[in-house]
Design a protein around this ligand. Structure first.
Ligand code: ZN
Length: 168
């Protein structure tokens, strides 16, 4: 191998190592983030679920090893895990109001995220309420963020914060 090829290999190795380290760091940060979110989410649930009936408690915290695909809180939890929403320090009343909404039979497949505190909140299915679209001004669970009262919001699935924002 001539000197030029050796230099190229070294450069290639360095680039790969950098990319690998960045990838590992990204994976580590996501894992730390997920652990933290999981603990805080579980703690918030634990504080609020005693306020619910036995049947609702089973829907909020289903028994068994794996959570069912149609777990009522799956969209909320996934938005947290993916960094699309955040979990501010909710008081029990706000958590209760959110859980009541998530338990509603007409929850829309898309949720909203507050652009100020990052809280994800469910939406009522507009079609189920008032018929086929357009019906974008249908009444909803929350007129504003139930935590910080901000009216600035976006669809959760469109909110893609960087991991620096999420774990920072
Ligand atoms: Zn908010």
């Amino acid at each position: 191998m001539d000197a030029r090829s050796r230099r190229l290999v070294r450069i290639e190795n360095r680039i790969n190592v950098k990319a690998l380290r960045a990838h590992e760091e990204g994976t580590r940060r996501r894992s730390v983030h997920l652990d933290r979110v999981l603990r805080r989410f579980a703690a918030a649930l634990e504080r609020a679920t005693p306020l619910f009936s036995e049947a609702d408690r089973l829907r909020l915290n289903p028994p068994g090893e794996d959570l069912p695909k149609d777990w009522v809180l799956r969209p909320w939890f996934e938005s947290l895990a993916r960094g699309r929403s955040k979990l501010p320090n909710l008081n029990v009343q706000t958590t209760r109001a959110l859980l009541e909404a998530w338990l509603h039979p007409k929850v829309y497949c898309y949720s909203m995220v507050c652009l100020d505190c990052g809280l994800c909140r469910p939406e009522l299915d507009p079609v189920a309420l008032v018929g086929p679209p357009p019906c974008y001004d249908a009444p909803n669970f929350f007129a504003c963020c139930p935590h910080c009262q901000s009216t600035r919001h976006n669809w959760t699935h469109l909110n893609e914060p960087t991991w620096e924002e999420v774990s920072g």
